[in-house]
Design a protein around this ligand. Structure first.
Ligand code: ZN
Length: 263
């Protein structure tokens, strides 16, 4: 018999920290009861209790003692093979282009978890239906990934020519710097169609999250990140607010390299 408790933190939050009144009290009683029940299982009855949480750090320590939830299995975001397998599950009932390269779809989604991938498949199927296609093709998935990760395209938004020009030079700057940086991720596409909160975006293709990044790769990240601002200065003669997010990101990386990583 397997007992599975999802979102364990909802009732297994660490106790104590002052008397917060009714609801708090009740939760503690539930937790106490759970602890008592877990101690009471007959060891010969083969009862396995499993639980899932996204926030193991806030669990009550008593829950993690031997005999209770004493073994932890960490499930990180899936790698490219994992994402392909998850996509395959969600695509079981979707009519897909037989020539679709699933690896190419999976390579566009580093950092995505199961729910995100389900969302991508759903969006892609909707897009294919809206475009009167017989089956879902790569372009639908490509668009679906952008929708899920960045937001909807705002094609109807009116943007002045001058602003388009700035965005075009800015994004081209990112793309060109990436192309000339040996350790930068390859550029998947560049667009100046506003999407979500961004005016334009350079999308990189990366198969997996890196677990270890070298100093040269970090430097290339700084170069690529600043490419937008530099292109604006070179071609338009002045900086704009368009690099706001880039500069935030680059500053964080640079500070981390010096302060935390001793580079
Ligand atoms: Zn930028």
């Amino acid at each position: 018999c397997i007992v599975f408790i999802d979102e364990l933190d909802a009732l297994g939050k660490a106790r104590g920290g002052g008397n917060m009144g009714g609801a708090h009290d009740e939760r503690e009683q539930t937790l106490n009861q759970l602890l008592v029940e877990m101690d009471g299982f007959d060891t010969r009855a083969n009862v396995i209790v499993m639980a899932a949480t996204n926030r193991p750090e806030i669990l009550d320590p008593a829950l993690l003692r031997p005999g209770r939830f004493d073994r932890q299995v960490l499930i990180p975001a899936p790698d490219i093979n994992g994402r392909m397998a998850i996509l395959r599950v969600h695509l079981a009932n979707v009519r897909v282009d037989p020539a679709l390269d699933l690896r190419r779809v999976a390579s566009r989604t580093p950092g995505f978890v199961g729910a995100d991938l389900a969302n991508v498949v759903n969006e892609a199927a909707l897009l294919a239906a809206r475009r009167d296609r017989e089956h879902v093709v790569f372009e639908d998935f490509d668009e679906a990934v952008d929708r899920v990760s960045i937001g909807l395209e705002r094609r109807s938004q009116v943007i002045g020519d001058e602003e388009k020009r700035i965005t075009a030079y800015h994004e081209a700057g990112h793309a060109i710097c990436a192309a000339f940086s040996a350790h930068a991720d390859p550029v998947h596409k560049v667009t100046i169609i506003p999407r979500g909160l961004t005016g334009g975006v350079t999308v990189f293709a990366r198969e997996n999250h890196r677990h270890i990044t070298g100093e040269t790769a970090l430097r290339d990240m700084l170069v690529t990140g600043l490419g937008g601002r530099v292109a604006e200065q070179l071609e338009l003669g002045e900086a704009s607010t368009g690099a706001y997010n880039d500069i935030q990101h680059v500053s964080r990386v640079a500070r981390g390299m010096v302060v935390e990583l001793g580079m």
